[in-house]
Ligand binder design. Structure first.
Ligand SMILES: CSC[C@@H](O)[C@@H](O)C(=O)COP(=O)(O)O
Length: 358
């Protein structure tokens, strides 16, 4: 079991490696309580992902990579490392089904393992790769922040109102954020008047995490109930909706937090531009379209526990936590490899064959 670790930090990090293991800022406790969990085993990491102490597509991929490094450290030595680590790979991959970054990061670790010459220090090499996956995600976010900001500036050089959904910030990534990375960069460039954050039912990533991140940096943020966005778009001039992604199919369909699809339909109706920001590790070229993306459903209690009360309505509960936004509702996908306007299968394939920009 992960233990609580007291780590006072000026600059928060969702994940950090310490000599003792993986430190995770426990996102279930935010806002209000900034406490860290120390994961010493792969099982601790799997439990933290399941319980959403760490969440957000890139962050769970990075956590899983560290989980494999921890598993190798637990083993110490092995005759056949691939066979010995197989249960840990399976355990970590089975935690959450939608975010493809999880499978992507585990694949990176597996490929590294298979390439290692005999006699290598496997635990040290796997830890070095986990760190590299972590660092390069943060770097990708900085690149995407710049590219996304340029999109905002292309259409309007004045400070703008934008909407975001869920939390696609430093908490959900290796640092800085995808959608919030664009918003941070645009704010620094004087392009953000106000961020409108959806509360994001039922787990309240917007209220608990996005508002917390933006308030810390003095970026003006206002919260609304998810379905208040239709009214908001009617009453207020909004230039962009900016969201992250959990998996992008080869044709540009995007799986993201439940409610993103409704937001995209509303944006189209109101003539608001729609931007998806995600690293190329979120793109799944194996899936032709979004219908093939596995969508996680979570426990009924996420809807039935309100405040401290467990509601007993007797009604069935449908709690899908992701949905798919078709590519034709998306104006632009921003990755670290570049920008795709009006995404389609050909443009995605072209971009995926390119080298990273940074
Ligand atoms: C950079 S994070 C992009 C997505 O992972 C994010 O928008 C999201 O849907 C997270 O869902 P969560 O269930 O909180 O893990």
């Amino acid at each position: 079991m992960a233990v609580e670790a007291a780590v006072p930090r000026e600059q928060f990090q969702a994940l950090a490696w310490s000599g003792d293991g993986l430190l995770l800022l426990d996102q279930r406790q935010l806002p209000g309580n900034e406490s860290y969990l120390l994961c010493r085993t792969a099982a601790d990491v799997a439990e933290a992902i399941n319980a959403m102490s760490v969440r957000g597509a890139p962050a769970i991929g990075i956590a899983a990579a560290y989980g494999i490094a921890l598993a190798a450290r637990e083993l110490g030595s092995a005759d056949d490392w691939s066979a010995a680590l197989e249960p840990s790979f399976a355990m970590l991959e089975g935690t959450r089904p939608t975010a493809v970054n999880l499978a992507w990061a585990l694949r990176m670790m597996q490929q590294q393992l298979q390439r290692l010459p005999e006699g290598s220090d496997v635990p040290a090499t796997l830890l070095a790769l986990a760190r590299q996956i972590h660092d390069s995600d943060r770097e990708a976010n900085l690149t995407m922040g710049r590219l996304g900001m340029q999109q905002l500036r292309k259409y309007d050089k004045r400070p703008q109102h934008v909407i975001t959904h869920c939390n696609a910030g430093a908490l959900a990534t290796g640092g800085f954020g995808t959608a919030l990375g664009v918003i941070r960069t645009a704010h620094a460039a004087g392009l953000i008047e106000q961020v409108h954050a959806n509360e994001t039912r039922p787990w309240l990533q917007g209220t608990r995490l996005t508002a917390w991140e933006l308030m810390r940096e003095g970026i003006p943020v206002s919260l609304q109930a998810d379905l208040a966005v239709g009214h908001l778009m009617k009453e207020q001039s909004i230039s962009w909706v900016i969201v992250g992604a959990d998996r992008i199919a080869a044709n540009g369909d995007v799986a993201n937090k439940i409610g993103t699809y409704a937001l995209a339909v509303l944006a189209m109706h109101h003539g608001v531009r729609f931007m998806v920001v995600a690293p190329s590790s979120t793109i799944d070229m194996q899936l032709d379209n979004g219908d093939l993306i596995p969508l996680e459903e979570r426990d009924a209690d996420e809807l039935l526990i309100v405040g401290n009360r467990q509601l007993d309505t007797g009604a069935e509960v449908f709690n899908p936590v992701f949905d798919v936004t078709p590519a034709d509702l998306i104006d632009v996908i921003v990755t670290e490899k570049g920008i795709i306007e009006r995404p389609d299968a050909r443009k995605l394939a072209d971009m995926m064959s390119r080298q990273r920009l940074h």
